[in-house]
Ligand binder design. Sequence first.
Ligand code: NDP
Length: 256
Amino acid sequence: MTGLFDLTGRVALVTGSSRGIGSALAKALADAGATVVLNGVNPERLKDAETAMAAGFPPGRIHSVAFDVTDDDAAARSIRWIEDNVGPLEILVNNAGIQHRVPMLDLDVADWERVLSTDLTSAFLVGREAARHMIGRGRGKIINICSVQTDLARPTIAPYIAAKGGLRNLTRAMTAEWAASGLQINAVAPGYIHTEMTQNLVDDEEFNSWILGRTPAHRWGTVEDLAGPVVWLASDGSNFVNGQTIFIDGGMTVVV
Ligand code: NDP
């Protein structure tokens, strides 16, 4: 690939990329030329994902580092490892996330905090660590994976909604502090995407037909639908885009 969207020679870390959306985004960044570092908490699954993806690329293009994105020290150690062993980190995709479905009246504080720390605090911890390296070089791209739940609420997923809304605003806060140092921080807000996380919803006939009716494009999104916008945000093609959240939702958030 040549030109504005070429990522050759750039090092990218995608958190939560052992499967699902993160894995597809990592593959898309590698297809655009980046050297990619995969991440997850389950070391065996992560190693398998690295081996599978590496088979499609020249040696040295796909790496992995297992760490829990809610662990401040582990994030710092892992980013230092990337800097020392892979190269200067230029692209960070804060993708790792979980959901916990339970009505708010039955929700434990521990579960609330677990979702908030995985889906929101992690982006601050990993983002801050990456920015410490990026700012010294005067360049870097951070892409936070939000959700349509950034803007649209539904019952039973209160901590997820709070976390993703917070992540949209964290994107703006990072921009306010770091854009002058040459960093671009933006967010992508996917609609309903068919992955392991949403398999139970695809299988639920009533929910599935509600989604199809509620989405003007009349289909679930695919992980590939997210790849183009994320590669664009990671590339020089988006160098004056700062602090934005781009909805990739088949039109869900623009109709009632
Ligand atoms: P999956 O459940 O398929 O994958 C989750 C990934 O996150 C896995 O790689 C998992 O690693 C990793 N992960 C979970 N917790 C941690 C942690 N503490 N530290 C490091 N890695 C962790 O999720 P999706 O691919 O569906 O979702 C990815 C992101 O996209 C999430 O932020 C989600 O909120 C967002 N999103 C998803 C939508 C959808 O419809 N699927 C819609 C909108 C947004 P491991 O394999 O080790 O467990």
